[in-house]
Design a protein around this ligand. Structure first.
Ligand code: THU
Length: 162
């Protein structure tokens, strides 16, 4: 019985240690996103956003929003981070942090939700601001019933038949 208790205590310690580790890991990722945010190129909106994407192996890719004078060509911080990571051959992502200086935490826009669904659906998403607030969200909640490549398969079968 004593052994069982000590084993439980050990497990309890390991669990809290692990969650503290991921907490501090998150904090590092938040700091990386904050630094990226400072590199934001947002002369039109002055709305600065930073993102940090972590791979399963622990590598971090950051992004900031980059605005175009042709406004619609602007790219969000989240997508910049995802494109950078994908173009370096990374495919497996565990965490994505988005930082903006807003009281209500800034969530990814609709376009980014689609891209997160397609390329980083298993990543835990953390929204954070400069006041130390943070919230974990999940892509399934942000983008329910998403469209993706599964739906294209039917069309491919259709052309095969022709
Ligand atoms: N923006 C992001 O970079 N990420 C978001 O999650 C929301 C919006 C950028 C795009 C644009 O440069 C500026 O914020 C205002 O929309």
């Amino acid at each position: 019985d004593q052994w069982k208790n000590s084993r439980e205590a050990g497990q309890c310690f390991a669990l809290s240690w692990r969650s503290e580790l991921s907490e501090s890991g998150n904090q590092l990722l938040i700091e990386a996103a904050k630094v990226a945010r400072l590199r934001s190129v947002a002369p039109f909106s002055n709305f600065r956003v930073g993102a940090a994407l972590q791979t399963a192996a622990g590598k971090v890719f950051t992004g900031c929003n980059v605005e175009s004078a042709s406004y619609g060509l602007t790219v969000c911080a989240e997508r910049v981070a995802i494109w950078k990571a994908l173009s370096e051959g990374e495919r497996d992502f565990t965490d994505l942090v988005v930082v903006a200086d807003t009281e209500a935490l800034t969530p990814p826009c609709g376009t980014c939700r689609q891209i997160i669904w397609e390329f980083a659906k298993h990543a835990t998403i953390v929204l954070a601001n400069l006041r130390g607030q943070r919230e974990e969200v999940h892509i399934l909640d942000l983008l329910p019933r998403a469209f993706d490549a599964r739906f294209l398969k039917d069309a491919a079968r259709e052309t095969d038949r022709r």
